[in-house]
Design a protein around this ligand. Structure first.
Ligand code: PMP
Ligand code: GLN
Length: 384
C-alpha cells in the first residue's frame, strides 16, 4: 500500500546534504550554520552540575520556572516589556519547535501565510502540514530589505499569518523601526498573526540593535516571538529554544507543544537559567561575531566574489553572477569537491529553487579555519 506523502516536494534539507558532502570530501564546512568552537566552560560546567544533582526527569510542560523568570527579566532589559513568565513564555526544543507549534496553532486548511524569500526552510513544510497555502514574496534585490508595497498587495481576505525573520538567514538583513511600523500597519484591523523568527537576536553588527516584536506594543499583541539559545551560546546541538506570546495565543501554542515534545531537556534549562543571570554572557556575542565577520569579509575581497558585509547573523552571502553562469548548486558542489570548502547554494531558500547566483558562508568558525578556507577560495578563479 503506497504512502501518499504529505510533503511530496520536500527532500532532505540542504544543510544535511552539504554537511554530508563536506564530510565525504574532507572539506572545511562553512555550509550548515553551527559554531566550530565550544561554549563557555562555565555554562558546560553548570549543565554537568545539574545532571549530577539529579535534575534529570521531565521538566514542567511550559518550561523550568527559573528559566521562564530569567527570560522574562532579560526581555524587559533588552526590549522594555516584561512578559508574564507563567502565561507568556514557553521553553521548547529549539526554535524549530517554536515555529512549528506557532504555525500549527494558527493555520487552518485554506489559510494563506506570507513568507518573505529567500526564507529559512522550516516555515513552508509547517504551513503545508496544516493545510495552509504559502504565499511567497521576494525580498528586494541588493540589500534583501522588505518590499512593503509587494507585501501589502499580497494580502487577501484569506491571509492568516506572516512569518518574519530578523536578523535574517541567509542575507543578514536586520529590521529597522520603520519595518516594524510597516508590519504594524499591515496587520492593524486585520486578523493576521505574526510568527517572528529572532534566533540571531544577539548577533547584530555596526551598532545596529535587534528590534524584537516584543518591544513593539501593537505587534506583540498578535505575535509569537521565537528564539533559540543554540545560536547565542554556541550550543546548536542542545536544541533549546523559546516562544513568547500573549496569554491567549500561548494557551493554543501549548496545546500543540504538549503533544509534540511535551517538555524540554531539564538540566540544560536549569543551567541556562543560572547563566542568563549575567547579561554580559549574551551582550558580548555581537562583538565576538563582528570580529569574525570583518576577518572573513576582509579575506573574501580577494576572491572576486561580490558582497556587502552582513548586518547580523553568522552568515555572509556572496554573489558570483558577474563572473559565471554556473548554477549555485553546481558551484557549491565543485567548491566542496575541488576546493575543499563547503557553502550553501542560496537557491535552496526559494520554494521554486530560483538561482540568483548567491552562495552563503557560515563564519562561526575559529579564525584559523576561516583563514585556511579563505586561502582555498583563491582557487575560485579556476572554477568561475
Ligand atoms: N530559524 C533560523 C533562521 C535558523 O537559522 C535556525 C537555525 N538552526 C532555526 C530557526 C532553528 O533553530 P533551532 O536550532 O533552535 O531549532
Ligand atoms: N540554521 C542552520 C542554517 O541555516 C541549519 C540548521 C539545520 O541544519 N536544520 O544553516
Amino acid at each position: 500500500m503506497p504512502l501518499r506523502s504529505k510533503l511530496p516536494h520536500v527532500g532532505t534539507t540542504i544543510f544535511t546534504v552539504m554537511s554530508q558532502m563536506a564530510k565525504d570530501h574532507n572539506a572545511i564546512n562553512l555550509s550548515q550554520g553551527f559554531p566550530g568552537f565550544d561554549s563557555d566552560p562555565k555554562l558546560l560546567e553548570l549543565v554537568a552540575k545539574y545532571t549530577r544533582e539529579g535534575f534529570n526527569q521531565y521538566a514542567p510542560m511550559s518550561g523550568v520556572p527559573a528559566l521562564q523568570d530569567v527570560l522574562s527579566a532579560k526581555t524587559a532589559r533588552c526590549h522594555d516589556y516584561e512578559p508574564d513568565p507563567e502565561t507568556e513564555i514557553s521553553i521548547v526544543s529549539g526554535a524549530t519547535e517554536a515555529i512549528f507549534c506557532a504555525i500549527t496553532a494558527v493555520v487552518k486548511p485554506g489559510d494563506e501565510v506570507l513568507i518573505l524569500e529567500p526564507a529559512y526552510d522550516s516555515y513552508e513544510p509547517a504551513i503545508l502540514l496544516s493545510g495552509g497555502i504559502p504565499i511567497h514574496i521576494p525580498l528586494k534585490k541588493g540589500d534583501f530589505s522588505i518590499d512593503w508595497e509587494r507585501v501589502i498587495s499580497s494580502v487577501t481576505f484569506k491571509t492568516k499569518a506572516i512569518v518574519i525573520n530578523t536578523p535574517h538567514n541567509p542575507s543578514g538583513y536586520v529590521w529597522s523601526s520603520s519595518d516594524l511600523d510597516h508590519l504594524a500597519q499591515l496587520i492593524r484591523d486585520r486578523n493576521i498573526f505574526v510568527i517572528s523568527d529572532e534566533v540571531y537576536e544577539h548577533i547584530t553588527f555596526d551598532e545596529r540593535k535587534h528590534l524584537s516584536l516584543i518591544g513593539h506594543e501593537e505587534l506583540r499583541e498578535k505575535s509569537f516571538v521565537c528564539g533559540s539559545f543554540g545560536k547565542t551560546f554556541h550550543v546548536t546541538g542542545w536544541k533549546v529554544g523559546f516562544c513568547i506570546a500573549p496569554p491567549e495565543l500561548m494557551e493554543e501554542f501549548r496545546k500543540i507543544h504538549q503533544f509534540v515534545t511535551f517538555s524540554t531537556v531539564t538540566p540544560i534549562q536549569h543551567a541556562l537559567a543560572e547563566y542568563l543571570k549575567t547579561p554580559s554572557n549574551y551582550e558580548s556575542v555581537s562583538e565576538f561575531y563582528q570580529k569574525k565577520r570583518d576577518f572573513f569579509c576582509q579575506g573574501l575581497k580577494t576572491t572576486g566574489l561580490e558582497f556587502s558585509p552582513a548586518q547580523g547573523s553568522f552568515f555572509q552571502m556572496a554573489s558570483y553572477g558577474h563572473l559565471s553562469d554556473i548554477s549555485d548548486k553546481e558551484l557549491a558542489e565543485r567548491m566542496t569537491k575541488e576546493l575543499k570548502v563547503a557553502c550553501i547554494p542560496v537557491s535552496a531558500f526559494y520554494h521554486n529553487g530560483q538561482d540568483h547566483k548567491f552562495i552563503r558562508f557560515c563564519f562561526a568558525k575559529e579564525d584559523s579555519e576561516l583563514q585556511e578556507a579563505l586561502g582555498r577560495l583563491e582557487g575560485l578563479k579556476r572554477i568561475l
